[in-house]
Design a protein around this ligand. Sequence first.
Ligand code: A3D
Length: 307
Amino acid sequence: TVVGAGNVGATIAQRMADKGYADVVLIDIVPGLPQGKALDMLEAGAVTGSDALVLGTNDYADTAGSDIVVITAGLPRKPGMSRDDLLYKNMEIITNVTQQVVKFSPHCILIVVTNPLDAMAQRCFEVSKFPKHRVIGMAGILDTARFRTFIARELNVSVHSVAAYVLGGHGDSMVPMVAYTNVAGQPITNRMTEEQITKIVNRTREGGEEIVGLLQTGSAFYAPSAAATQMIEAILFDRREILPCSTYLEGEYGISGIFAGVPTALGSKGVEEVVEIRLAEPELSALQRSAESVKILVEKMRATSKI
Ligand code: A3D
């Protein structure tokens, strides 16, 4: 199931439907919107060769028994807005959506996309009362994809030759792991000047704003939907693929009681392992500071609305 038939949600549903390895339910509050998009995707299957069933609905009963539920419902950013500006409105939406989802799919794995990401993942975790391995936030793959893309373009090499991680919260405090980034095994610090690296790190941090500024009417959705699809596939095919995802931490990286982006092994159970890279300073403290900024949002939510 994909909740939210807007830009990100519909594009995830389309990517899944095109691949044909799962039936997809697309649900939204707007009458007709998920039905129209789902029917259009179903009809595309005749051309793409996919037999996946795609159903659009406004009724959670149709989502019953889903294995994976991706939540994209909520408001996106407009120019000049930070992800945190969305906090209170999207908190209400996530609370309501999570209650409905878990009622009909009590054993599903939840992937949260709605912003501000880490705080919404935490809300979803608290409302669902699911074990921590079954609630996962999507952000790190997207931030890392941006970082890798900019490095690849700067060095004029394939993006497949660039290995990198962006960790921490999905916000201005995200932490591109420069010391652990390499091109064909060679540290980028050997291939780029400090000035080049700083420019790329800043562009990565502002990657969301750059697209909002160009689109003016919404935020990024092609790369975000590709990132969510990678998570879905890792779970569906039990890959134990190590991907940067937002997960509930209990002492890993010295962070406790909060969602933050760290490398995780994703498999059929959801987050099967938090992979602890031995981080040196300043990366470790940057990651911890980033988690602190997520904690501030979570405390703001708790102050306004108890679960
Ligand atoms: P948009 O195209 O506006 O789609 C959102 C959809 O949610 C709309 O169709 C709404 O009708 C629907 N919706 C609103 N309330 C509800 C509800 N209660 N139940 C069901 N559906 C509802 O936005 P979008 O798809 O571009 O973005 C969706 C969310 O994802 C936003 O919060 C974005 O900020 C966020 N986002 C996060 C990332 C990350 O990397 C974490 C990337 C891109 C977008």
